[in-house]
Write a protein that binds this ligand. Structure first.
Ligand code: ZN
Length: 479
């Protein structure tokens, strides 16, 4: 956004703005490489879009620096004590010279987001249609930048994927249509949002100013058992996958887990199969035991040829579904988000177990994995799956209520021709010590890392961010 601001608002040419980006040295080299390609992709999509409009005789649109803010206010406070609501839409703004047409571009990091809910598109269009050009200052409301802003007659919302460069017109409406769409789709969602007061801790806790006074996430001082960096740094979240990826390659961690970059190449079969199996099981388990559910005729992301192995794995699971025979009084949670907060390290721990259920007063944490072949190497269970060590620490820290002596962690591994189930007792002192050792070995380097250097190796092949990693490409070329 800063490079695009320099080009669109400060009149800098694209190449000079990109030279300036590379000269700042404040960002990771992979981040800079991605930003360079993203700016080029964005500018090219914008130019193509404008050229098509020009060919159709439609007016050109120009960058708008001021934020559009839709403001509603009343003299008397509402039920929540508020007298003023301001709604903005994050994106890049354009308008025709006479102000009658406005356009908002919504940027995503990889490809165009194809699953934006109609409420989100309608809300963006409503802000574009009703927003007053304005600017904000810290601890102040948005102030209009002009006394008589032009009212638009037509608004467009366009989605763009900065990684792939593809873009899509999500809305192209006159203001009456924008109003109808807002009333039908966005208004009910906004009403629910302002009324909701339930706590849903997760990765958004890292930006929350209310965290220190909040009862959630569950406090777990020193849960990772590692010292933090000496320099103060922004609050972070961390999952077992984050730690595993960081242990493999810090640059891959930073680019894929912190910046969420992905390549456009399709995922490997084991990953797609694992996800398809997980999703099917999650849907069934939301209804209870899956033993008698008919197997599907297709699974999302898998071809007909790839289907039989996944179906064989599903029927292996059905033979020993953990919910089989569970009393109706027990509680079942499918893919719940669990969180813990270490106030000293200022880190929010995040975990999404496949399945949680109670049995005789304790919680059972059930993970399901798919594997093409067996057996796995002679590595110890928690060493091979740090996710299980992470689960031990979360349970030991008391993120779940229930009797810790009756709690258990289960790992179910599904093959095409069989399955196995391993059990870990999170209450066992030796198991806890082993889990602490495994997680500390991964979390120690992660907690103090500020440079995220690449660690080239076998994992470079097929790495999502190889295009932005000089060291990884050099490694593969030298093989
Ligand atoms: Zn099941």
């Amino acid at each position: 956004m800063k490079v695009l601001d320099a080009i669109e608002h400060d009149g800098m040419d694209m190449e000079s703005a990109l030279v300036q980006l590379r000269a700042t040295r404040r960002n990771h080299a992979g981040h800079v490489s991605w930003a360079d390609s993203a700016v080029r992709a964005y500018m090219s999509a914008r130019a193509g879009h404008e050229a098509r409009r020009h060919a159709l005789g439609q007016p050109a649109t120009l960058p708008v620096r001021a934020q559009w803010t839709a403001i509603s206010w009343s003299e008397a406070p509402d039920l929540r004590g508020a007298t003023r609501y301001e709604r903005t839409a994050w994106g890049r703004r354009y308008a025709s010279a006479d102000g009658s047409e406005r356009e908002l571009w919504l940027l995503s990091v990889n490809s165009v987001k194809s699953d934006r809910p109609s409420a989100e598109i309608a809300e963006a269009a409503a802000v574009v249609a009703n927003g007053i050009p304005s600017e904000s200052a810290p601890r102040d409301v948005f102030r209009p930048v002009s006394a008589h802003p032009a009212q638009p007659r037509r608004v467009r919302v366009i989605g763009i994927g900065c990684g792939s460069g593809d873009h899509e017109v999500l809305a192209d409406w006159d203001v009456e249509e924008a109003r109808r769409q807002f009333t039908a789709h966005a208004k009910p969602v906004l009403a629910r949002v302002v009324e909701a007061d339930r706590l849903t801790p997760g990765s958004s806790c890292i930006r929350c100013e209310g965290l220190t006074g909040c009862e959630l996430p569950h406090r777990a001082p020193n849960i990772l058992a590692v010292p933090g960096s000496r320099r103060a740094r922004a609050r972070r979240s961390v999952s077992a996958t984050d730690l595993r990826v960081h242990g493999r390659c810090p640059a891959q961690f930073h680019l894929t887990r912190a910046l969420h970059l992905k390549s456009g190449t399709p995922e490997s079969l084991p990953i797609r199969r694992g996800r398809a199996v997980d999703e099917w099981l999650n849907l069934r388990h939301a209804q209870g035991c899956c033993r008698d559910a008919p197997l599907p005729e297709s699974l999302p992301g898998l071809t007909a040829a790839e289907l039989p192995v996944a179906l064989a794995m599903l029927s292996e699971h059905q033979r020993s579904c953990p919910l089989d025979g569970l009393l109706p009084t027990e509680r079942v949670r499918v893919q719940p988000r669990l969180t813990a907060y270490d106030p000293e390290l200022d880190v929010v721990l995040i975990s999404d177990p496949d399945l949680l259920y109670t049995r005789a007063g304790g919680w059972i944490w059930h993970e399901t994995k798919t594997a093409a072949k067996r057996p796995w190497e002679g590595q110890a269970l928690m060493e091979a799956h740090p996710q299980l060590a992470f689960a031990v620490l979360m349970m030991a820290a008391g993120v779940l209520d229930g009797d810790p002596r009756r709690s258990l962690i289960e790992l179910e591994v599904l093959y095409a021709d069989g399955s196995r189930c391993e059990e870990i007792d999170p209450g066992d002192p030796d198991t806890r010590a082993e889990a602490r050792r495994i997680i500390a070995a991964l979390a120690g380097p992660w907690a103090v890392d500020e440079t995220y250097s690449p660690a080239p190796g076998g994992h470079c092949d097929g790495c999502d961010v190889l295009a932005h990693c000089t060291a990884g490409r050099a490694h593969l070329e030298a093989r």
